[in-house]
Structure formats: C-alpha cells, structure tokens
Design a protein around this ligand. Sequence first.
Ligand code: RB5
Length: 162
Amino acid sequence: MATTAAGARVVALASDHAGLGLKQELHDLLRGLDVEVLDLGTHGADSVDYPDYGHAVAQAVGAGRAGTGVVVCGTGIGIAMAANRDPRVRAAVCHDVSSTRLARAHNDANVLALGARITGPDVAADCLKTFLETPFDGGRHARRVAKLGQRAAETTEGTDIP
Ligand code: RB5
C-alpha cells in the first residue's frame, strides 16, 4: 500500500454532496489512525456529480498515490460504479462489518464504498476500521481476483485506459 516518507498509510477519500457529512466523520476517524488522508472533495454542500469523485479516487488508487480508497454517496452504489470503471480498482459497496471483512478477505477490494443515506455513522466507522485492518486471504481467492484483472485488461486493450 502507498505510504508517506514517514511510513503512514495513504487513503484517498471523496464523496458527493449526499455523502459529505459522513465523509467528514470518516476523515476525522482516519486522522486518528495514523493515516494520511488525500481528501479529493467534495468540500461544500452544492449538488455535484458522484462520477467525478469516484473517478478521482480511482485515479489516485490506480496510480498508486493512495493504497486504499473510500468513496461515499447517498447509497454508495453510483460512486462505486464510477470507481470500478478503472480496471485497477475493485470497489465494494459495504453495509456492515461482515460484508466489509469479506470484501477485503475474498475480493481484495481496494476501495470501500459507503452509502450515507443507508449506513449510519457508527456502522460506517466500524466498516472503515475493518476495511483497513483485514488482509486479503489469497489462496483460491487470488485466482478469482486475477481473473477480474485479466478481464479488465482484455476490455481495455487498445484503449488509452491504463
Ligand atoms: C444523489 O442524490 C444520489 O443520487 C447519489 O448520492 C447516489 O446515491 C447515487 O448512487
């Protein structure tokens, strides 16, 4: 995972307007966990488009500027769809600790997507901590995750998508 010169983990974080309040809570949580936060917006209450923020986090994770991404919109769905357009990203919409743990352990998810209108702040905080703490299990799951990457490579071949 990407780290700062001092060895701190780097997490890219973004939301649309619907996710702004939860994003701010998660930002505070991350800062207390020895994590450097790359906050890619949004920063105000004006209505914005979730794809712009999903793409920003995907770019940061895909390019290695952050090891992990966290995206928030109203449901987590739209911004996860946006992030998953990048073939280097495996974004998972999670609603509880169990789905979050399995997204890491089985799917090696590198972006956590949360819905601020769906998941309360305490559960979201637990999801985020679980996401950061849970390693990928590897083994048979590595073969499956490799197939995701292989398919992404096939579908982007000949395009300017990295
Ligand atoms: C914005 O109203 C809402 O559509 C958006 O935050 C998200 O839930 C889309 O998936």
